[in-house]
Design a protein around this ligand. Structure first.
Ligand code: BDR
Ligand code: CA
Length: 311
């Protein structure tokens, strides 16, 4: 299995990404780190503990990270994820606790102690990852790759140009894309192919487990949000796409491209400028996800929820 650390801001889709990472046999989940994004870091950390509790994920350290983006004030997505950051289901009091280390220190320690390079899977603003790379420059040599959910080859979802995770902390994203570490970007253009259709919800409920029902409730809340704000018939489950790319690259097809993060544009700050057609003479610095195999994707997600739900 591929050793990974998931850096997240749960978040409905982050929750499913955690479950996919914990339940799929192709992944060895070494840690869960949290950051401010969809909600404050206090809330996203509580939500990570809630997810691990309901899904029976024990023995995976959870560490809280940055409370603010590197430069600009925090902007949360309570319109998308609710006041708790994970509205919808009723969660029991979590029985899984956090470790006392800062997320960035925990990541660095795991990276340097693990016998093989580790893949980082950020599904949130890139504040923790940027801090890791700047505070511990030698961390890079222990990272196999960074497979992130963020950006888009097309337009955004928080501004016409910017996707939420990049919009919240563009400076952090810029550091990551310019770091020289291999980066795979799973942006909106591909995550909008991961639609939680009524059939998907029925399969989750059909598992007959509490966890299956909780996942269906998460997606039902997300569906209402996506219908209200963007007119989607079914909601896209962004974050698990990055995990799926690590599980089996055949689920998420990528092309090589140069990606730059716009930091100064008057109307376009936070945009990922992806040179798919090589207009510019810039070196390739990323693999960019372009196509998803939805059946393979949902089979893996549902299998992971099934495995965890029976524990
Ligand atoms: C991203 O923004 C967040 O609201 C989701 O959890 C996902 O990581 C999608 O733009
Ligand atoms: Ca997220």
């Amino acid at each position: 299995p591929v050793p990974i650390i998931i850096d997240c801001d749960p978040g409905h889709d982050d929750a499913i990404a955690i479950m996919l990472a914990a339940g799929d046999p192709a992944i060895d989940l070494l840690a869960i780190t949290t950051v401010a994004g969809n909600q404050t870091v206090e809330k996203t950390t509580l939500n990570a503990r809630r997810v691990c509790t309901v899904a029976g994920i024990t023995g995976v350290p959870i560490a809280a990270g940055c409370a603010q983006p590197l430069v600009q004030p925090l902007l949360v997505a309570d319109d998308v994820h609710g006041d708790s950051g994970m509205d919808g289901p009723q969660f029991a009091e979590p029985t899984v606790d956090v470790v006392p280390e800062h997320a960035v220190d925990l990541m660095y320690r795991i990276l340097t102690e693990h016998p093989e390079p580790v893949t980082l899977v950020p599904t949130a603003p890139l504040t923790n990852i940027a801090l890791l790379l700047t505070r511990y420059p030698d961390a890079a040599e222990h990272i196999r790759e960074i497979v992130l959910m963020g950006g888009s080859t097309e337009r955004g979802n928080r501004t016409p140009a910017a996707e939420f995770n990049i919009h919240v902390d563009p400076e952090a994203a810029d550091i990551v894309f310019r770091s020289g570490v291999p980066v795979t970007m799973c942006g909106l253009n591909v995550t909008h192919q991961a639609l939680a259709t009524p059939e998907v919800l029925a399969r989750l409920e059909g598992l007959g487990t509490e966890l299956g029902r909780t996942c269906a409730q998460l997606m039902t809340y997300f569906a209402a949000t996506y219908l209200r704000l963007w007119g989607f018939a079914s909601p896209p489950l962004h974050d698990p796409v990055a995990v799926a790319r690590v599980i089996d690259p055949a689920i998420v097809h990528c092309v090589d491209a140069s990606v730059a993060v716009e930091l100064r544009g008057q109307h376009t700050r936070g945009a990922t400028v992806v040179d798919l057609h090589q207009y510019l003479d810039r070196p390739v610095n990323a693999r960019v996800a372009v196509t998803l195999e939805p059946e393979m994707f949902w089979d893996r997600v549902i299998a992971a929820v099934e495995v965890l739900g029976k524990r």
